[in-house]
Each structure stands twice: as C-alpha cells, then as structure tokens.
Design a protein around this ligand. Structure first.
Ligand code: F0G
Length: 457
C-alpha cells in the first residue's frame, strides 16, 4: 500500500514563528504557566483545538464571494438550508453563530429547572447550558470508555442499561430530551455505532423521549461506522450520516468542526411546536431566522464545507494523520487512549508521569513540558478542567488525566507531525523531570481558561 497523501496542495501559506527554548520559558512564565493565555503566534504548532482552526478549500473561498448579505431569505441561506436538509432530512433549520448558541436555544426553550438530560458524554458548553437552566447533565458512557488502553471499536457508545435505569429512576416527564454526542469528544473522540444510536432510540421510543444528536463531528463518526461496523462498507458517508440523523428528532451542530468552517453552527428539529419556540428566541438572541448568527458568506462556506467533510478521501487522509501519530507514539511507548479518536490524540498523563499526584495536575505538567520542548500547545483534560470541589472546599480529582492534541483540519503536513512526534519523544525521555503544579489564582467557573499556576518544588 502506498503512502496516504494529503488530498490537496497548498496555494497560500501562513508563516510559523520558530521560537527558542528561552523565549518559550519566558512566554510560559508570563502566561502564569497556563498555555491558554500564551499568544497564538508563540505556539508554532497549535493543537489546542480542532474547532474553527481548519483551512478552507478554494471552493469554499470562491463560494464566499457569492455571499448574499440580504437580511431575509438570501440565496446563501437557501444553499445553507438545502445542504443541511439533504444531510439531515430535518425540516426546521436554524442558523446560529456556533454550537453553543444552538445548545443555549434548545436548553432555554425546552428545559425546566430540575430536569435531567442524559448523554453519552456532555461537552462542557452543553453541560454548562443545561446546568444554567437549573438542570442536571448526566453522562452515561459505556463502561469501556474509562479504560484508556482497551481497544474497542465504539468506545463512544452510550450505556443502554444505565439509560433504562436513569429513565426508570427519574421518570420520563423529567427528561424532555436525551442527547448523543458523535463522536464523543470528552470521551476521547471515540465513535458511536449505528447499532448504539438505534438501541438508544428504541429505549426512548418506549417513553416517547426525543433524541437530539450533538453532531459536531458527525462526518468523522460516519467514517468510523463505514470502517468498523458490519454492513456499512458499501455505503457513502453521506448515506450513513442520513441514516444517523433519521434516528433523531433534532440536532445541535458546531460547523467549526465537520462544517470545515471558521465559525458557524445550526439547530434543527422535527417538532413544529419546538420550532416555533426556537424561532422566537433565535430572533431575540442571534438574528432573523434565515441568517441567525451568520453572514451570508459564512453560510456559503459552510454549505460547501459540510459536503467536503463527507468526502471519503478527505476522511481517509484525516484519519491517517491521527493514526500516523498514534502508532508512532505507541512504538515509542507513550501511553495514550486507544484506539485513537477521530480528531485528536489523547495522551494518558496519569500513566506518563505517575510520580505526580492527580491534585498536582499531571496533565498540566505534560502540557507545559510539550510547550517548552517544542512550542506545541495542547490542552489538559483532567483535574484542572474537570476537578470538583465539595461543600467543604475539598478538591476531588477527575477520573482521567488526559492531554488532548487536537488536529486542525487540513492545516499541518506530515513533517509537522514528525516534528511533534520528536518533541513528544523528548518529553517522554525526560518525563521524570516534569514537575507537578499548584494553582495560585482561579475564578469560580471554568477555571482552566484563566487560572494561574506555578511549578511545585
Ligand atoms: N459539542 C461538542 C461535542 C464540542 O466538541 C463543542 C466544541 C461544542 C459542542 C460547542 O461548539 O465551540 O461551536 O460553541 N468543542 C471545541 C473543542 C471548543 O475544543 O473541543 P462551539
């Protein structure tokens, strides 16, 4: 088999600033050891997120020039709407400025204080939007989701027994909808099988509970189903995506991921009464229903991007980059979540630096070491992001201490990945020198973005 090549060539470049170790040490100190607050230009390889950080294609840039900026009923809206309709088959379509705006409208229109929303794993903005309404966001991932080394094909699945139990315990009237996130971002970017979505649907049908898909990475999920689930090998990714959405009553979407755009999102639903409520709130919060939070040119870029994300060769290449990095790291012996996810490689910091206690933040130790060694910006998904304080102020660690290296779409080439592997190898060889950290200053909510840290000892 020949090398899988990038199915594009480059016609516009953006310089990367190559920094010295001294410059990076200085930048990290000025950022109070929190990479979120380092200037992007000082992060040569920025793997903080795959959200809105992708490169658009010539077709997308060309489509932007066709942007129709009419307030109501523009041609760009028509193209945006018909593309989403083709993929989802859902009639009521609302453009939003990004995924969390769709979540906020859904939560504000449908939830009452005290309600429960199950999901395989909620993303943090989804959880926050649900909690903001005085409700509970419940994670019900399958048991193997917590075993980082277990090679199982659909570790993003929901635990069907737990879903049953949750509905029996709380009663269907307390659960206005259930969600399923494809792929499961917080669970390591792991896919959900079609069989699992069908099983969730079957349970919900008994109780007449609607199913909402968090569709941010639906094309990557469709690709995994094509590769790993029996009976889907001859199907196009579009038809697999259509089948996934056919099982849902609605969806929230961040087009900054599989829309291959730098901004944008949408909310869709089948229920016309829900749609009426969404429309009213959309006008209040985002904009007139045919543009929502978006310029016409953004709608054009998204309409093209959604289709490009479903191209098989694009997904083959994307998955090959993730696998390339994961396989080489396995060879070196670096512990990571296996199998590799759809949009990122997740290092297992707990196993990488076992000398650092969870409450001394091993994930931060690894993130900062990666930055110092090679200007790579990653993100901690561990006790700083998910740690919990009880009523006495006692801190409880997160069950997993992961470091996410998220891959922007169509941005980095193989030599960039080779360099990243060399940097991770260097960090791995010197892992015993990595210090733990303490937090010296933190806000009440979402502390990972802005807290100040310092190395211990
Ligand atoms: N749902 C999932 C599964 C996500 O991963 C994200 C964003 C959102 C919803 C919210 O979408 O950012 O457009 O408002 N995830 C990004 C990340 C930020 O880095 O994983 P948004």
């Amino acid at each position: 088999m020949k090398t899988i090549i990038e199915p594009f060539r480059i016609k516009m470049t953006e310089p990367l600033k190559i920094t010295t170790r001294e410059e990076r040490e200085d930048a990290l100190i000025r950022a109070n050891y929190n990479v979120f607050t380092i200037d992007a230009e000082n992060c040569a390889l920025d793997l903080l997120t795959d959200s809105g950080t992708g490169a658009m294609s010539t077709e997308q840039w060309a489509a932007m020039m066709l942007g129709d900026e009419s307030y109501a009923g523009s041609r760009s809206w028509k193209r945006f709407e018909s593309t989403i309709w083709d993929i989802t088959g859902i009639d009521n379509i609302f453009p939003t400025h990004q995924g969390r705006a769709a979540e906020a409208i859904l939560a504000e229109c449908i939830l009452q204080p005290g309600d429960i929303v199950p999901n395989n794993s909620h993303f943090d903005t989804t959880r926050a939007n649900i909690q903001y309404r005085g409700c509970t966001a419940l994670d019900l991932p399958c048991p193997e989701a917590y075993d980082t080394a277990k090679e199982s094909p659909f570790k993003g699945n929901m635990d069907i027994n737990q879903l049953h139990r949750c509905i029996e315990e709380h009663g269907p009237e307390k659960i206005p909808f259930c969600m399923i996130t494809v792929t499961n971002n917080t669970g390591g970017g792991q896919p959900v099988s079609m069989a699992n979505i069908k099983a969730v649907r079957k349970v919900l049908d008994i109780y007449k509970i609607p199913l909402i898909i968090d569709a941010c990475r639906f094309s990557e999920n469709a690709y995994f189903i094509h590769e790993r689930e029996k009976g889907y090998q001859d199907r196009s990714l579009l038809s697999i995506a259509q089948e996934m959405f056919s099982l849902a009553d609605g969806a929230t979407m961040s087009c900054k991921k599989d829309g291959l755009a730098n901004i944008g999102g949408f909310l869709v639903c089948r229920n016309n009464e829900w749609a009426e409520r969404f429309r009213n709130l959309l006008i209040l919060r985002e904009g007139f229903p045919t543009y929502g939070g978006l310029a016409g040119r953004d709608q054009e870029a998204i309409a093209v991007g959604l289709r490009e994300g479903l191209e098989y060769d694009y997904q083959v290449y994307r998955h090959a980059t993730v696998e390339y990095m994961a396989q080489r790291l396995v060879k070196i012996g670096v512990p990571l979540v296996l199998p590799a996810g759809g949009h990122a490689v997740f290092l297992d910091a707990k196993k990488m630096v076992p000398h650092i206690d969870s409450l001394d933040y091993p994930g931060i130790g690894v993130v900062n070491a990666l930055y110092l060694a090679g200007g790579i910006r990653a993100v901690e998904l561990g006790s700083v992001m998910f740690g919990r304080r009880d009523d006495e102020g006692q801190e409880h660690p997160s069950p997993l201490e992961l470091v996410r290296l998220a891959f922007p779409r169509r941005v980095y080439t193989q030599s960039h990945f080779d360099y990243m592997i060399e940097v991770i190898d260097e960090v791995w060889q010197h892992r015993n020198e990595i210090p733990g950290y303490r937090i010296t200053q933190q806000p009440k909510l979402l502390r990972h973005f802005t807290c100040h840290l310092e190395p211990k000892g």
